[in-house]
Design a protein around this ligand. Structure first.
Ligand SMILES: [Zn+2]
Length: 194
């Protein structure tokens, strides 16, 4: 799996021009059909239908699915919605209040929070390193009330540093930025998951 821009036409052009590199060996990826269609919940209950592009490496011959940065592997909601839930949870709210705030089922949000809690230390470390690399004078976020909140703070700080360095990053939501920066592994550690 490779996380790519959310602009489908741009990605198709990049793919056909051989500009997308294999995550394993860096050779050019080539078009290789599509993955199964998926239905995704967008902001405010919007329903989106997607057919992720499947590709094959011209070097190692491994196939990779291209996943838009607006999505995370194995999740039915867009990154911005899941990220909003993580930010609300970081304020100390439980999964039921987060679910109510987003208008989603308790079980969906409980799944995100459980998984993210298990990934939080890795996520915090990854984005703390990114913050140090991106900022000229990095200011570390203060320790928060939970590892989940620390991880959210690290993502927010790294996105802010990226947007200071590259203003076009302001047009990318911090959770899309985060998904792309960590290869979609915010809510899964499986590199091939989709
Ligand atoms: Zn390859």
């Amino acid at each position: 799996m490779l996380i790519v821009d959310s602009d489908v036409l741009l990605v198709e052009r990049q793919l056909r021009a051989g500009q997308l590199g294999c995550p394993l060996c860096s050779s050019a990826l080539t078009p290789w059909g599509h993955a199964r269609p998926r239905e995704i919940r967008g902001d405010l209950g919007a329903r989106l239908f997607l057919r992720p592009r499947r590709t094959r490496c011209s070097g190692c011959k491994v196939t990779h699915v291209l996943l838009a940065e607006a999505l995370w592997p194995r999740r039915a909601d867009v990154a911005a919605v899941i990220g909003a839930g993580l930010e609300i949870a970081a304020l100390g709210m439980g999964h039921r209040r987060v679910a109510a705030a987003l208008g989603l089922a308790d079980g969906t949000v409980r799944g995100w929070l459980r998984t993210f809690a298990g990934r939080a230390e890795d996520v915090r470390r990854h984005f703390t390193v990114a913050l140090v690399a991106l900022a000229d004078d990095p200011v570390m976020p203060e320790a928060a009330a939970s590892t989940l909140a620390d991880a959210v703070s690290a993502v927010v700080a790294a996105h802010r540093a990226a947007a200071t360095k590259w203003p076009h990053m302001l047009t990318v939501s911090r959770w899309e930025f985060a998904g792309r920066a960590i290869g979609g592994r915010l809510l899964t550690s499986l590199s091939s998951a989709i």
